[in-house]
Design a protein around this ligand. Sequence first.
Ligand code: ADP
Ligand code: MG
Length: 257
Amino acid sequence: MSEHLLLTSYLKTLRLPTMLREWAAVARQCAEKDASYDLFLQQLAELEVQNRQAQSVARRIKQAAFPVVKELADFDFAAVPKLNKKRVLDLAQGAFIEQRANVVLNGAPGVGKTHVAIGLGREACRRGRKVRFFTAAGLVNAYVEAREQRQITRLENHIRRNDLIIIDELGYIPLDRVGAEHLFSFFSQCYEQTGLIVTTNLPFAEWPQIFAGDERLAGALLDRLTHHVYILDITGDSYRLKASLKRRKREGGEAAA
Ligand code: ADP
Ligand code: MG
């Protein structure tokens, strides 16, 4: 008994909570199978490592602040035949993040841009990357608040600590002059420092209208953004709309039957 107390105390001191929780069960299994001491220790260490990895993935996913759970595995690529599935799955491997390159997902509302962006982001978390999700409006707000508190440097340091940043819904809301300048500052910070995924409903030619009509600012920003870029055009009908039409048809059919 005192042996167990000592073991418990050692495992706590070493911060090995999974080993602490599992050693008795694993010891019993190993004794039953007449397994070696080597195997016993290996299995126990393996459980500790697996648990830590799972926890750090969960922590990264939490820190990324995704608004909803979306996985690439649940994305129906057949619904958007023009989107190159292989390219998306290649991007999910994360080489673009190492290259500090950018991905632009372009398409009309409801075609699955946010879904793909979050799916890529979650995969990056699983591969050990630090990820942060913002809507364009949310990011501008973060800048405005940081400026009021004279903490822009702090915000930008925080931003730069990420490996991948997702900016969702760029172009949905036109920015005022101040917002445009904040976003410009953001893109300058990220240039060749962090990977970016941007989703937008507007083709590049129309980006000046997002940035308070400032062609020079939009041009300079696009110059940085598109220096190392993978562009994914998602064209198709709104998945949301299609799903609700299908549902309505089914419900209508049932009502008629
Ligand atoms: P967008 O960001 O382009 O407006 P979303 O990614 O928000 O579109 O997609 C709208 C909804 O439809 C979401 O719930 C999303 O999961 C779903 N969706 C869109 N396209 C697909 C698809 N090809 N397969 C599965 N679900 C999809
Ligand atoms: Mg969206």
